[in-house]
Ligand binder design. Structure first.
Ligand code: NAD
Length: 351
């Protein structure tokens, strides 16, 4: 295969950002684009001189010059479009979250297995050089036993445009937890390399969007006055089989001191770490007292630091996926558990 030829399914806000990233790979070409919004599809086609605009997804999937697709559409369409693409024999990079819920994610995973095609998820935070540095320090045992972590992505006024698909359970599956909490939860499990959650207790709140407040402006989809019925702040504690715990907080809107805070903090028996930026906290045997090390030096496995590079390289057979389907299913399972815990008021067994 000379070039991996990619079709874009969805020409919205993130596809517009990511098309250029795909084209940075010397062995990738974008050969087709499809969006239900013809005007947006044509704009993206023209902006990147994409040779084909396809009026239907079926027309794109029937093309011989499309080896793989990048799917970036509202969450409601992740499962039907990913399954369709896999059944048509295309490799799939599906942007996050995996799906509306675990059952849908499992269906997509099954379709990939049966079609024997590559399925990857758009967990871009894992690729950041700072994340990769901390991952390699953890893998080398630099933190000792990690027994607790705090993962958070809190925005003060960051609800995607009110009235769009992001704001309703029927089209998004969930709110801030599924939209941005998923990033730091995934990153936290990746850094800890702990994929065995046994229980979760969570609380979700919807205090701003439901009052028409807290809008941030992301998203291009048409506003259709869809009512806001998802979480704009979520907090949860996850317990793991080895006794470790993770506390996770996500908000699209909350009264707080700064516009945005996100990080994953790891607490180990030998040292602690923060991720954004990479830093280490430990008693340094070579220095007096306690050290906060900010110029963290560690190897980075994927220097390109990019999910599209990794996807293309996996198709070319020269790299392993940084994000596996099995890991992504664990993350989706925890998120399902958080929402169930909130509904029932009880801890949810994930074992
Ligand atoms: N990895 C990340 O950091 C990241 C960032 C932003 C968004 N995303 C994810 O990408 C996806 C898209 O988000 P966005 O911000 O681009 O949303 P958006 O609303 O800006 O764009 C969505 C696009 O999908 C199109 N669309 C809707 N239904 C479709 C269908 N059935 N078939 C084809 N096209 C359809 C819309 O017309 C629109 O152009 C979401 O799942 C979101 O969670 C990931």
């Amino acid at each position: 295969m000379n070039k991996v030829r990619i079709g874009l399914v969805g020409a919205g806000k993130i596809a517009q950002v990511c098309c250029a990233k795909i084209l940075e790979h010397p062995s990738a070409a974008v050969t087709a684009v499809h969006d239900v919004n013809a005007q947006r599809m044509e704009q993206l086609r023209q902006a990147h001189q994409i040779p084909n605009a396809c009026a239907t997804v079926e027309a794109m999937l029937a093309r011989d010059d499309v080896d793989a697709v990048y799917i970036a559409v509202p969450n409601k369409f992740h499962k039907p479009l990913a399954v369709k693409a896999l059944n048509a024999g295309k490799h799939v990079l599906l942007d996050k979250p995996f799906a509306m819920n675990l059952a849908e994610a499992q269906e997509i995973a099954r379709a990939a297995r049966e079609a024997r095609k590559i399925l990857m998820l758009g967990m871009n935070q894992r690729y950041c050089p700072d994340s990769q540095k901390i991952r390699s320090i953890v893998a080398d045992g630099g933190l000792g036993e990690i027994y607790h972590a705090k993962a958070f992505w809190m925005r003060r006024e960051g609800i995607p445009r009110l009235g769009t698909w992001f704001c309703n359970r029927s089209t998004a599956g969930g709110g801030c937890m599924l939209d941005i909490g998923v990033h730091v939860l995934d990153l936290c499990l990746f850094l800890m390399d702990n994929w065995s959650p046994v229980s979760v207790f969570g609380c979700t709140y919807s205090k701003f969007g439901s009052r028409g407040l807290g809008e941030g402006g992301w998203g291009l989809s048409e506003c259709e006055n869809i009512p806001f019925d998802v979480d704009d702040l979520t907090t949860a504690t996850v317990r793991f089989a080895n006794g470790a715990s993770v506390s996770i907080d996500a908000s699209w809107a909350a009264h707080m001191d700064v516009h945005n805070k996100n990080d994953v903090l790891l607490f180990g028996t030998q040292a602690g770490a923060g991720t954004y930026p990479a830093r280490l906290f430990r008693r340094d045997p070579h220095r007096e007292g306690y050290s906060v090390i900010e110029d963290v030096n560690a190897k980075i496995a994927m220097k390109h630091a990019d999910r599209f590079h990794n996807f293309v390289n996996v198709i070319l057979g020269i790299e392993e996926p940084l994000v596996t389907v099995e890991q992504a299913l664990v993350v989706q399972k925890i998120i399902d558990g958080i929402y169930e815990s909130c509904r029932t008021g009880k801890s949810v067994d994930l074992s």
